[in-house]
Design a protein around this ligand. Structure first.
Ligand code: SAH
Length: 392
C-alpha cells in the first residue's frame, strides 16, 4: 500500500477516529496513488493511523475505511456491511415498515456508501471515488446478506462532481425494479419511484417525524409545505386530520402526492402548485389559518458560506408559518442543511416566534430516523434537525 504521511500535529482528528482527512493535513506521499486507491495513513513520525481511499480531486482527500493497517477487501467489506445490518436488527418490525436505510455512509464505517431498501429492491449511492472503486464487492455482499432481488444505482448526486466522477444511474444486479414500489410505514402506504424520486426515492429520514406529526394531527387542519410526494400530509390524513393542504412547486411531486392519497383510500386533499414563500403570504393576506403547519424545505445551505442566506430563508418561512397557526396550533419545522447546526436552527425559529409575536414551546426535538445512524465520532452525520412546537 502506498503511504500518506500527515503533517506534524495534524493527526488529532484521525486519532479520534474521525473519517475525513483534509488536503491541508497531508504532508508527503510515498508515491502518487490512483483516485480511489486505498492508502496507509501515518502520522508525521510514520506511525500507522489507518487505511483510507485517496481522493485527489476533493477537499476531503482521504476518507478512512478503517483505523488499523488491515486490507479493504471483500471480507472486510462483507463484515462492515453485516455490522450495518446488525445495527438495524429488528428496526423494520419495530417501525412496521419494509423501507429502511441499511447503510449510512461514514456513520457505518463505509464512507460514500448509502443504501436504502424498498421491499426487496436495494437502491445505492456511491458518492466518492473510494466507494466507486469498491462498488462491485459492496453490491455482491449486500445482495448475499439481504437476499434482495435487485440492486439499483442512484449515484446521480452532486457530491460526485467534487470527486471527479460522472453521475451514474441504472440497474447493477438482479431484476429491473417495478416502475413504482409500494412501501408501508405502519398502516400508511406510499408509492416510491426509485428511478426518478429524490435521493434513493423517498425521504426515509422523516419516518419517525411523520409518525409523530400524524399522531398530533387528529382533528386538525394541516398545512403540508414542501410536500413532495405527500409524506407528512398523507400520514396526517390517515391518522384523522380534518383537512390537509399540500403545497409544492413540482407538478410531478403533487401528482404522486395525489396518488398516495388515493392509495390510502383517503378523501381528496387540497393540492396547490406554487412557491411556498408566496403561498404562505397569500394565506396570510386572505386570513386563512391552520392548526398544524409542516415546514420541510429542501436544503437551503450546501456550505457554510451559504448559511447566512439560508438562515434568512428559514426565518422567513417559520415567521410566515407561525402567523398562520390558530392559537394552540402545532408547528413541525425542519432543516436538512448539514451546515446549520441544531442550536442555530433553534435560534432562528426563536427569532421568527418573537417577530410573529407568538409564544412557542418545544414539545419535542426531532432528528433523522434511527436507521440513519449517527457515529459518535462523526457529528457531521447529523443533518436533519427539527422541532415540534406548541404555538400559543
Ligand atoms: N416533506 C417531503 C420532502 C420535501 S423535499 C417529504 O417528507 O417527503 C423538498 C420539496 O420542496 C421538493 O418536492 C421540491 O419540489 C419542493 N420545493 C423546493 N423549493 C420550493 C419552493 N420554493 N416552493 C414550493 N416547493 C418547493
Amino acid at each position: 500500500m502506498k503511504i500518506v504521511r500527515l503533517r506534524p500535529g495534524r493527526d488529532k482528528a484521525t486519532r479520534r477516529h474521525h473519517p475525513w482527512i483534509f488536503s491541508g493535513a497531508i504532508g508527503s506521499l510515498s508515491r502518487e496513488p490512483e483516485p480511489g486507491e486505498d492508502v496507509l495513513v501515518t502520522d508525521a513520525d510514520g506511525a500507522p493511523l489507518g487505511v483510507g481511499a485517496w481522493s485527489p480531486a476533493s477537499q476531503i482527500q482521504i476518507r478512512l475505511w478503517r483505523f488499523d493497517e488491515g486490507a479493504v477487501d471483500a471480507d472486510f467489506l462483507h463484515a462492515r456491511l453485516a455490522a450495518a445490518l446488525a445495527v438495524r436488527a429488528g428496526m423494520a418490525e419495530r417501525f412496521d415498515t419494509d423501507a429502511l436505510r441499511l447503510v449510512n455512509a461514514e456513520a457505518d464505517g463505509l464512507p460514500g456508501v448509502t443504501v436504502d431498501r424498498y421491499g426487496d429492491v436495494l437502491v445505492g449511492q456511491f458518492a466518492t471515488v473510494g466507494a466507486e472503486r469498491h462498488k462491485a464487492e459492496i453490491v455482491e455482499a449486500l445482495l448475499a446478506l439481504t437476499g434482495a432481488a435487485s440492486f439499483y444505482e442512484r449515484s446521480d448526486v452532486d457530491a460526485r462532481k467534487h470527486e471527479g466522477l460522472e453521475p451514474a444511474r441504472g440497474l447493477l444486479a438482479g431484476a429491473e425494479p417495478p416502475e413504482r414500489i409500494v412501501i408501508h410505514e405502519g398502516p400508511v402506504r406510499f408509492e416510491v419511484d426509485v428511478r426518478e424520486g429524490h435521493k434513493t426515492g423517498f425521504y426515509l429520514d422523516q419516518r419517525e417525524n411523520r409518525r409523530l406529526v400524524a399522531e398530533a394531527a387528529k382533528g386538525r387542519r394541516v398545512l403540508n409545505t414542501f410536500c413532495y410526494t405527500g409524506g407528512f400530509g398523507v400520514a396526517a390524513q390517515s391518522a384523522g386530520a380534518e383537512a390537509v393542504t399540500h403545497v409544492d412547486l413540482s407538478a410531478p411531486a403533487l401528482a404522486q402526492a395525489r396518488r398516495n392519497t388515493a392509495l390510502n383510500g383517503l378523501p381528496e386533499a387540497e393540492f396547490i402548485q406554487g412557491n411556498v414563500f408566496q403561498e404562505l403570504r397569500g394565506f396570510r393576506d386572505r386570513a386563512r389559518d391552520f392548526d398544524l403547519v409542516v415546514l420541510d424545505p429542501p436544503k437551503f445551505a450546501d456550505t457554510r458560506k451559504l448559511a447566512e442566506k439560508a438562515l434568512r430563508g428559514y426565518k422567513d418561512i417559520n415567521l410566515l408559518g407561525l402567523k398562520l397557526l390558530a392559537p394552540g396550533g402545532l408547528l413541525a419545522t425542519f432543516s436538512c442543511s448539514g451546515a446549520i447546526d441544531a442550536a442555530t436552527f433553534r435560534m432562528v425559529v426563536a427569532e421568527a416566534a418573537r417577530d410573529a409575536g407568538r409564544n412557542v414551546r418545544i414539545l419535542r426535538e426531532l432528528r433523522q430516523a434511527p436507521d440513519h445512524v449517527e457515529a459518535l465520532t462523526f457529528p457531521e452525520g447529523l443533518y436533519l434537525k427539527g422541532l415540534l412546537c406548541h404555538v400559543e
